[in-house]
Design a binder for this molecule. Structure first.
Ligand SMILES: [Zn+2]
Length: 347
């Protein structure tokens, strides 16, 4: 069973003429309705996260700064992060949507997907950036840790940008394994997310970055994820799986140079359901509206029908040319990761 969490109020986070705008979540919900895959009873409304929820992650100064910035009329917090007068309230709703999705999984859904905005994975404890005000995933994780007493978390992020905020918040935390696949940070915002950033102190070895060169396709992504995700997840043995979902690695997306196609989003949801058995997913980026619509259909279809799809994959998995379509750069990145993480994982 799959649930989604959504509110029409997300349009009140008014970013004006910005790629991260209200149309993004509207086209996803339209696609879900057209698809008819989800029953109306499986579409939930979020509650706003409380200030206490925010303060488990963010500093008091930062929460009050965003609140005041919005009350004073909003504008641009930095060169690319916009807020309107209602954005503080809607950012709490977006964080609350992620918490709600996690609660639904705790209550027995196999997967739940929060389709909210503003996104969150660039927000650090004390800084809003990269279209993000508060870190929705980190707020959800700390809620689960404190309120639901869950101990070990695997966070997987396949947005095309490195989730620098999430990585930074848990960088010294041995109970949170953060795995991110993203475009090579030498070539894209936020300029972090290299292989050598492996976590520190007790969290050393619990921050695993997979930086992919521009031009990477499904073949490169599947090759490397297939070798890393399953073995790392098995060794780490998490109690709960949180996924930051981004569609900006699609070949039609205006913000990246990664060339995934629609099929990747079904493959990844099937792969993750196979590994984790239950998943909480949180929307991050994705800025081409047509690609968002199609790829969300594929993602949700994968979440819902992963058992059937998996059998089909196994039957059809006889394409011996796949390996030759993987770029040599990708093979080298895998070798670098395997070597770097050899003290922690057998990849
Ligand atoms: Zn992104």
């Amino acid at each position: 069973m799959t649930a989604v969490v959504y509110s029409e109020d997300y349009s009140l986070h008014d970013t004006g003429n910005h790629v991260e705008n209200e149309m993004r979540v509207q086209v996803i919900m339209q696609a879900i309705k057209e698809m008819g895959l989800l029953d109306i009873k499986d579409i939930y409304r979020p509650n706003k996260a409380t200030k206490e929820d925010l303060l488990r992650v963010h500093t008091k100064e930062q929460v009050e700064y965003i609140q005041k910035f919005c009350l004073n009329g909003g504008g641009y917090i930095d060169f690319d992060t916009a807020a309107s007068p209602q954005s503080y309230e809607i950012a709490k709703l977006s964080a609350g949507g992620a918490i709600k999705a996690a609660q639904l999984v705790v209550d027995g859904y196999e997967s739940a997907y929060s389709i909210g905005r503003p996104p969150g994975h660039h927000a650090t404890r004390n800084k809003a950036m990269g279209f993000c005000l508060f870190n929705n995933l980190a707020i959800t994780l700390e809620y689960l840790r404190e309120i639901k007493n869950i101990k070990k978390f695997l966070v997987f992020d396949f947005d095309v940008h490195y989730g620098n905020g999430t990585a930074d918040i848990f960088y010294e935390d041995p109970d949170v394994l953060y795995i991110s696949i993203h475009q090579d940070p030498k070539t894209i915002f936020p300029g972090k997310g290299f292989i050598h950033e492996i976590g520190s102190e007790l969290g050393e070895g619990a921050n695993l970055n997979i930086p992919m060169p521009p031009g990477s396709t499904n073949y490169d992504y599947i090759y490397i994820l297939d070798k890393i995700l399953g073995p790392a997840a098995e060794k780490f043995d998490a109690d709960f799986y949180l996924v930051d979902v981004g569609f900006d690695g699609h070949k039609d997306d205006p913000l990246s140079s990664i060339n995934l196609d629609d099929q990747f989003y079904q493959w990844i949801s099937v792969e993750l359901m196979d590994i984790a058995e239950s998943l909480t997913l949180i929307l991050e980026g994705g800025y081409d509206l047509n690609a968002l619509s199609r790829c969300n259909k594929n993602l949700i279809n994968g979440l819902k029908n992963y058992k059937i799809i998996n059998e089909e994959y196994e039957k059809n998995n006889q394409d011996s040319n796949i390996d030759s379509r993987v770029r040599n750069q990708t093979k080298k990145i895998y070798q670098d990761i395997k070597e770097t993480f050899s003290p922690y994982f057998d990849l």
